[in-house]
Design a binder for this molecule. Structure first.
Ligand SMILES: [Fe+2]
Ligand SMILES: [Fe+2]
Length: 289
């Protein structure tokens, strides 16, 4: 009771854990989306699941805008951030390019897979937020293809070949799949170290299971969308949600009782014709009741 006999109501406001991916801000229309992307509450966290842009200044612009608005911003790389494009004055490749992106994030106060995993304590929490950087290793192969070589040969025959083959350099690893396997080992080690008392929200550019790629228009593109090595992570580790992008097919699905959230914006030609545009950023927690 207050001093004069009135009831004092204390409203404790909690933020949400929200997510977005594939902002692709080299398109002016998508930059406008970022300029209008605002949290419901200044306490909201934002997970950014890769493909912000191809150049580091563009990635920095978008993440800085978002960092000013959200209490915490967590970024993982997509394939586009890792491209070394012909006209980019920044010629770093592979791991060096990734390290430069991480250094930029540190300068502007954005968390990355190289930081200790943060704990989000809002409603339906606490959860460990685990930004991952796990690529692909050509194991999501087309039907009838037994090896990476066969899968790639089939893709070249059909003409559905990811630009990564020409722009995403794995240096100093010999191949993109070698880099992926190294990141799988490192990420698995970090997940094993998590406090088992808290469920984990996993964030990765690619889905950690193959099922979401079954709806791709060109099934042979799945080769560039993940790895079989992570197929049981959502059941081996207590997982509150798995947040991903890359497919440009925003939707919510459940595998083995775990929500998987594809949170992409995508290219203007993809999102502009949609009559019902998905609300961005997507709320991951608190969950729907
Ligand atoms: Fe994308
Ligand atoms: Fe992507």
């Amino acid at each position: 009771m207050g001093d004069n006999g009135t009831v004092r109501v204390v409203v404790v406001s909690y933020g949400s854990l929200t997510a977005v991916s594939d902002l692709h801000v080299s398109y002016a229309e998508n930059r406008e989306v970022v300029e209008n992307l605002r949290p419901e509450s200044p306490e909201d966290w934002l997970l950014v699941a890769g493909d912000v842009a191809e150049t580091i200044p563009n990635v920095e612009w978008a993440l800085s805008v978002l960092r000013e608005r959200f209490a915490t911003v967590v970024w993982v790389p997509g394939n586009h951030e890792l491209w070394t494009t012909p006209n980019d004055p920044m010629t770093l490749r592979g791991v060096d390019r990734y390290d430069e992106l991480v250094a930029m994030c540190r300068r502007i106060g954005v968390l990355t897979p190289e930081d200790p995993f943060a704990t989000w304590t809002g409603p339906d929490g606490p959860v460990t937020v685990a930004p991952l950087f796990v690529g692909y290793d050509y194991t999501f192969r087309p039907d009838g293809c037994a090896t990476k070589e066969q899968g790639l040969a089939y893709a070249h025959e059909t003409g559905v070949v990811c630009t990564d083959e020409y722009m995403l350099h794995p240096d100093p690893y010999p191949t993109r799949d070698d880099w992926c396997r190294a990141r799988v080992d490192e990420s698995e080690r970090r997940l094993k170290e998590c406090d088992p008392a808290f469920p984990i929200v996993m964030v990765n550019h690619y889905p950690l299971v193959r099922e979401p790629t079954r709806v791709l228009r060109y099934p042979e593109f799945a080769q560039w969308c993940g790895t079989e090595l992570t197929a049981d992570w959502h059941t081996r580790f207590t997982t509150a949600a798995m947040v991903y992008g890359h497919l440009h097919i925003p939707r919510s699905t459940v595998y083995d009782g775990v929500p998987f959230e594809e949170v992409s914006l995508g290219y203007p030609r993809e999102w502009q014709p949609r009559t019902r545009r998905p609300g961005l950023p997507r709320v991951i927690l608190p969950g729907q009741r």
